[in-house]
Design a protein around this ligand. Structure first.
Ligand code: IPE
Ligand code: IPE
Ligand code: MG
Length: 265
């Protein structure tokens, strides 16, 4: 973005930023690596969990923004398989927050028409958290305005391993012939089956890595990295990310002249 353009946006209200968006060029699916909660808290002399709690407010605002823009799918990285290596105190606090979030938010998700689904090896979650996950999945199963995937105990490589394993079982049982397997077929075994691949990946907190998130699905996703810490990433930062996304030219391997913006694979 040119420096002048950035300064111009600074003076615009959220509503003005919203009005600048081209409704024909919105992502159909946004993925977010919500990072920087710990640093947000440390900067204020607070325990790390205070950052996680504050980050929930950002989740709420971004879900609302997706609904306001009629964006059909949002996948958020809440807890990675690697996060099990954190101190037990932090893990327990995160699980408690997850339970509280699901308990407090279920009615709001229903009001918003959001279908909640957990992706990842959720069987590793403590049973009280898992019960809430299953409950909110059940209670929102009929909704279709927004597909909200929450990645919990998630790892991109494990997801592919799990897909390959169940595909191998189907081949072994004679339900699938090896020649039937192509990219679309394998995709049907992933936890995001049926959804378009993310058009936009946002990672907050200045880190510029994927950290084992959606390795298959991000093949042609536009990446947006921002130094903003997740608890500070609210509606306005979401709008700025979308405006930046709309300036990208998505080529999918073609030469510039032949590709229409945002055209899928
Ligand atoms: C992201 O924030 C949330 C989770 C990984 C659960 P972090 O907890 O990673 O925050 P930083 O990166 O330490 O600031
Ligand atoms: C990625 O953040 C996982 C989530 C946001 C849930 P991390 O903070 O765990 O990632 P690394 O360790 O910096 O790569
Ligand atoms: Mg982090």
């Amino acid at each position: 973005m040119a420096k002048g353009a950035e300064t111009n946006l600074d003076h615009l209200s959220d509503n003005e930023l919203f009005a600048l968006l081209n409704p024909d060029l919105l992502p159909r699916h946004i993925a977010i690596i919500m990072d920087g909660n710990g640093r947000w808290a440390e900067l204020r002399g607070l325990p790390r969990i205070a950052g996680h709690a504050e980050g929930i407010k950002s989740v709420r605002e971004i879900i609302t923004l997706c609904r306001d823009l009629d964006i059909g799918a949002l996948t958020i990285y809440a807890f990675s398989q690697e996060n099990w290596k954190r101190p037990a105190l932090e893990i327990n606090a995160l699980m408690m927050l997850l339970e509280q979030y699901l308990q407090n938010e279920m009615e709001e998700l229903i009001r918003k028409g959001a279908r909640f689904r957990a992706i990842g090896r959720v069987d590793s979650l403590p049973s009280t958290a898992l019960n809430w996950v299953r409950r909110v999945e059940r209670e929102t199963a009929h909704l279709d305005k927004l597909m909200l995937n929450v990645a919990l105990s998630y790892g991109g490589r494990s997801e592919i391993v799990d897909a390959v394993r169940s595909l191998a079982e189907d081949v072994q049982d004679g339900r699938v012939q090896p020649e039937m397997i192509d990219e679309a077929f394998l995709e049907g075994y992933l936890s995001t089956r049926g959804l378009p691949d993310p058009d936009l990946l946002i990672r907050t907190s200045g880190e510029t890595r994927i950290s084992n998130f959606l390795l298959w699905q991000l093949a042609y996703t536009e990446m947006y990295f921002t130094p903003t810490l997740w608890p500070d990433f609210r509606r306005r930062e979401g709008l700025l990310a979308l405006l930046e996304y709309q300036k990208r030219e998505r080529r999918f391997g073609q030469v510039p002249d032949t590709v229409s913006p945002q055209s899928g694979l």
